[in-house]
Design a protein around this ligand. Structure first.
Ligand code: NAD
Length: 496
């Protein structure tokens, strides 16, 4: 019986199943080289993932190019139904996927991984129902001519994902691309590839061979080969600003469309009339402390009205002290580990900069775990920085760790200007009971995703994407599928 159908399959069997293989043309194809994948919570090597070279990457694009022709000719609703069936396959094996994800990312199973699988399945299901929305328009050009537009697929889409929420980001790219009639080659994150492979192979059981292919490898070899392949018609990328900028140049050189979801330094403005309890809960969830702050939308700059600062800090302290840091697989754990030593060093560099700053306070919360089977190196306590100058790197730059900056304010115009002062523009939130403050603030905040009195994560039907150097293009929503995974053709018929 195949691993995919065995309900008693274990994460260890999954790691073994994907030992040094890519998923191309609906089959596991061996690669010449491997990349070790580590469990960040224990330091143990989980398995050996594929390290695709250029030829192995090209093989995936070739498979996708061939499969796309027939896929694009299917009625759109039929494609959607197959994608919806793929969503059910994810949901059926949600626990196994979550267990694999927790082991390779160090994210806690209860607070993060199960939820991520559920959101990914929800996104895929949502797009599965949108096949019939790939509509064109008729245009009143001339009474005796038929002038219309139609939405066509682009061809082969290259989708490149990072490690922090690999499954949700996979779903946001793959599902709309497929429903729109494209085929896809996904490059998984070399830090956390196995849950992506498992989710993809489960989906492949319901899709024609070759329309979805997943390869793993380094950015420098596999990623470069993928974005440079002349048969790739579109690149959709989520990751760091530096790599996003580079990919933007590659796409410009080839004159192909590109969507980029990059970093963020999202402000959260707490007004004097805010509901304090709601704002505290929003700060903890919005900062994604249970994801170790490894989130592009993390509410990492918290501006609290001076009149609320003392109770805000007191309640925040209590809420963060309640978080249990520990084994990601333990149901009692709220907060797991940082993904790897490189990311930890980068976070600690910022904390050291704050420590070296006169007047700064560094507050750490929660207890570090001490279990003998855990490698303590990659655990980090939720940390709050206060008393920093506004141009400090910890205030202006993305830390991508459990470190939030809390600053006071008294003048609304000035705090909005401070909120808008980084080069990012991914998300922002405003906490107030006043509708006029909410309307004024949301109009002036320079971010692609602005929320009032909540800090929710991605919803399948709500456009999500950044302004400025946070990226270009949207994900989630019908518009994202139409604008980023189709091309518009104008047809003028004259039978006069
Ligand atoms: P990263 O940019 O290092 O890597 C992301 C992906 O790009 C990986 O799969 C990697 O192998 C690949 N890659 C690297 N170099 C490449 C190249 N030259 N060509 C093609 N592909 C290449 O980012 P990361 O460290 O994996 O993820 C963390 C970053 O992702 C953070 O900066 C974060 O802000 C960002 N992020 C953004 C969003 C968003 O929606 N805006 C969501 C999650 C993460």
């Amino acid at each position: 019986m195949s691993l995919l159908t065995r309900m008693d399959a274990t994460p260890e069997q999954v790691f073994d199943h994907y030992r040094q293989v890519n998923l191309i043309d609906a089959s596991r194809q061996p690669t010449g080289a491997a990349l070790a994948v580590q469990n960040p919570a224990t330091g143990a090597i989980l398995g050996q993932a594929a390290a695709s070279d250029a030829a192995e990457t090209d093989a995936a694009v070739r498979s996708a190019r061939i499969a796309q022709r027939a896929w694009a000719t299917l009625p759109a609703r039929s494609r959607g139904k197959q994608v919806a069936a793929a969503a059910r396959a994810i949901a059926d094996r949600a626990e196994l996927i979550a267990q694999v994800l927790a082991r390779e990312t160090g994210k806690a199973i209860r607070t993060e991984c199960r939820g991520e699988v559920a959101v990914a399945a929800d996104i895929v299901e949502f797009y599965g129902g949108l096949g019939s929305e790939l509509k064109g328009q008729t245009v009143p050009y001339h009474p005796r001519m038929l002038t219309m537009t139609s939405r066509e697929p682009l061809g082969v889409v290259a989708a490149i994902v990072p490690w922090n929420v690999p499954l949700v980001l996979f779903a946001l790219k793959v599902a709309p691309a497929l429903v729109a009639g494209n085929s896809v080659v996904v490059k998984s994150s070399e830090e956390a590839p196995f849950a992506t492979f498992l989710m993809a192979e489960l989906m492949m059981q319901h899709l024609p061979a070759g329309v979805l292919n997943v390869i793993n490898g380094t950015g420098a070899v596999c990623g470069e080969a993928l974005t440079g392949n002349p048969d790739v018609a579109k690149i959709t990328f989520t990751g760091s600003e530096a790599v996003g900028e580079h990919i933007n140049r590659v796409a410009a050189g080839r004159i192909i469309p590109v969507s980029l979801e990059l970093g963020g330094k999202s402000p959260m403005i707490v007004c004097a009339d805010a509901d304090l309890d709601k704002a505290i809960a929003g700060a903890v969830s919005g900062m994604r402390f249970t994801r170790q702050g490894q989130s592009c939308t993390a509410a990492s700059r918290i501006y609290v009205h001076d009149s609320l600062m003392a109770p805000f800090m007191e309640e925040l302290k209590q809420a963060l002290d309640r978080l249990v840091i520990g084994d990601p697989l333990d149901e009692a754990t709220d907060v797991g580990t940082i993904i790897n030593a490189r990311q930890l060093a980068s976070i600690q560099k910022y904390i050291a900069l704050a420590e070296a700053t006169e007047g700064a306070r560094i507050l750490r919360f929660g207890q570090m775990p001490s279990s003998p089977h855990l490698a303590p190196d990659l655990f980090l306590q939720p940390t709050i920085l206060t008393g920093l100058p506004e141009d400090h790197p910890c205030v202006m730059e993305e830390i991508f760790g459990p470190v939030a900056v809390v600053q006071g304010w008294s003048d609304f115009d000035a705090v909005v200007a401070r909120a808008n002062s980084t080069h990012y523009g991914l998300a922002a939130s405003l906490w107030t009971r006043s509708l006029s403050t909410a309307l004024d603030g949301t109009a002036r905040l320079d971010a692609g995703y602005v929320q009032v009195n909540q800090n929710l994560t991605i919803q399948p039907n709500v456009s999500y994407g950044g302004f400025g150097r946070s990226g270009q293009g949207k994900e989630a929503s019908l518009e994202a599928m139409l604008e980023h995974f189709t091309r518009l053709k104008t047809i003028v018929m004259n039978f006069d």
